[in-house]
Design a protein around this ligand. Structure first.
Ligand code: C2O
Ligand code: CU
Ligand code: CU
Length: 562
């Protein structure tokens, strides 16, 4: 009898506890110095159970970083983990050396402090580790946080922007936890719980009876969300990953793949005292999408939450704030995708290895090799990317370092909510295709690539990733300066090109040679004052030498190979 009473008490108290937990709103960090400490930790997701986690400045997930477009920021990241990590600023337009890719490792106990100017439009971005082969492990243990960028254009619009008052960060995750030990299982195929801002089991959020802005991130490793409200209300999407849409897009369902973000406006005017739920409508995902119905090709769903509808977050409508936003703007911005005239086209063909694989994928027949550059482009060069998917699964395709525009989805005009700046776009299975367009105007680095990959973290870790180099602009090669002219000899040259660098301080210098097609044909790193580069292998013609110091200052000269 006593045991039964205790049991009933436990069940009741857990139920009450769950029902009573208000949604946790992450702290914010802003200013020109952002300090992040990534560390092993533990968290009580379930009362009485210490779950091993990783957090930035805390137990699980991390603070929301708020940045202004145009400001400079130094991100001071300390790695208190036992393992190497990196911190990637997902969606931000930064140079490869500041991007936090696998090429910017932070060893255990070390610091990494990239400084950069925030060049991005107002939107919701995020940060997370990116060590090749360990991304899923570190992210799903809890290492992720949001970045909110504000800008002067967005500031002129009458939009909710009081953080935690009428503007709420919502980090949604599918997770896999052992049902007895309550430890996170690093296998994303059988996810069995969902979290919002690191809380399990439909916590509640008080929302004022007015227009509210929700900044939504799918920070799952694998599964797609199909968001909707339990009353099937219409809401308005106002941003795609990297900026405002042209106009609010009315929706009743919003699908986000791993890594995608959307800001939505929801109108709770006149609904004070009511309760609503944000739900996962897994049954309404396209067949074969992780989290959705089986694909009808014999493939079964893999997790207990797949192909089901359930509550994610309870919303209690409370009284209005002062100065509430009560109307939805009719226009937001004007997005003008680049013209594709003269673009270089890159094709990425996705295949399963083997064909029917759900875990192992190749792009153009190869998997990630940190020492292989898969593509080359030039600064200021328009690029289209044609992604075609021969595999059995959809893949959220992500490119680092800049936003892109989606020109077509399966050959058709993209839906309105994909017609803004994005950095992740879902390519549908079995013949699906995307055409993307982008251009890298501000940075080049002949030594360090940007990544492109599937944002299903187990796919990425298994090698569904590639890398490309942005070389100096082609225009420099045809016209521009000869400011190294007197420092090269002989010119014309046949066997060995000698370069006098006047490098008294022995700074690291990179010497890159480009042919008249803009292809990088030679690369040398040195700290010497004078250097000899063998050029006998080069075909006869006009070449351009670029000498870049560690601050990115570049000097150039033409030379002729006989
Ligand atoms: Cu959010 Cu390369 O990733
Ligand atoms: Cu990224
Ligand atoms: Cu994938």
């Amino acid at each position: 009898m006593k045991n039964i009473t205790l049991l009933v008490y436990l069940i009741l108290s857990t139920t009450l506890l769950k029902a009573q937990s208000p949604l946790f709103i992450p702290d914010t960090l802003s200013g020109s110095n952002i300090n992040l400490n990534i560390a092993d930790s533990s968290n009580q997701f379930f009362p009485g159970f210490n779950t091993t986690t990783i957090g930035y400045n805390g137990r699980y997930l991390g603070p929301t970083i708020i940045l202004d477009k145009g400001q400079t920021v130094t991100m001071n990241v300390h790695n208190a983990l036992m393992d190497t990590t990196t911190t990637h600023w997902h969606g931000l337009h930064v140079a490869p050396m500041n991007d936090g890719s696998p090429h910017n490792p932070i060893l255990s106990g070390d610091n990494w402090s990239p400084s950069f100017t925030v060049m991005d439009n107002a939107a919701t971005y995020w940060y997370h580790p990116h060590m090749h082969g360990m991304t899923m492990d570190q992210v799903m243990m809890g290492a992720a946080g949001l970045i909110i960028v504000r800008d002067s254009l967005e500031a002129t619009l009458d939009l909710p922007r009081k953080y935690g008052v009428d503007d709420f960060p919502l980090v949604f995750q599918f997770q896999h936890m052992d049902s007895t030990t309550k430890q996170i299982i690093l296998d994303d195929e059988a996810d069995n719980i969902t979290m919002v801002n690191g809380q399990i089991s439909a916590p509640f959020l008080n929302v004022p009876a007015q227009i509210v802005r929700l900044r939504i991130l799918n920070a799952s490793s694998h599964r797609f969300f199909e968001f909707g409200f339990d009353d099937n209300r219409t809401f308005n999407q106002i941003t795609s990953d990297d900026g405002l849409l042209n106009a609010p897009v009315p929706l009743t369902r919003l699908m986000l793949g791993s890594g995608e973000r959307a800001e939505i406006l929801v109108d709770f005017s006149g609904q004070q005292g009511s309760t609503f739920f944000i739900k996962q409508y897994g049954t309404q995902l396209p067949a074969g999408y992780p989290g959705g119905p089986p694909d009808g090709m014999g493939m079964m769903t893999m997790g207990p939450l797949d192909n089901t509808d359930f509550n994610l977050l309870q919303l209690n409508v409370v009284s209005q704030t002062i100065n509430p936003v009560t109307t939805i703007p009719s226009a937001l911005t004007t997005n003008i995708p680049y013209s594709s005239v003269g673009a270089d086209n890159f094709t990425v063909a996705i295949t399963g290895i083997p064909m029917m694989s759900m875990t192992n994928f190749a792009m153009n027949g190869v998997q990630y090799d940190m020492n292989v550059i898969n593509m080359n482009t030039n600064q200021n060069k328009i690029m289209t990317w044609t992604i075609s998917n021969q595999s059995m699964m959809p893949h959220p395709f992500h490119i680092h370092g800049n936003h892109f525009f989606v020109l077509s989805v399966n050959g058709a005009t993209p839906p309105l909510n994909m017609q803004g700046r994005k950095d992740v776009a879902v390519v549908s299975p079995m013949g699906g295709s995307l055409v993307l367009i982008t251009r890298y105007d501000d940075f080049n680095d002949p030594m360090m690539p940007y990544m492109f990959h599937c944002h299903i973290l187990s796919h990425e870790d298994n090698g569904m990733m590639g890398q490309f180099i942005v070389n100096p602009p082609l225009t420099n090669i045809s016209e521009n300066s000869n400011d190294l002219n007197n420092q090269l000899y002989p010119n014309p040259v046949n066997g060995t090109l000698n370069v006098m660098l006047q490098n008294e301080k022995h700074q690291p210098m990179t010497l890159s040679i480009f042919n008249d097609m803009g292809q990088n044909v030679s690369m040398t790193k040195t700290r010497e004052g004078n250097i000899s580069i063998p050029v006998s292998e080069l075909t006869a013609g006009i070449y351009m030498l670029f000498v870049t110091d560690e601050n990115g200052n570049t000097k150039t000269s033409k030379f002729i190979k006989d």
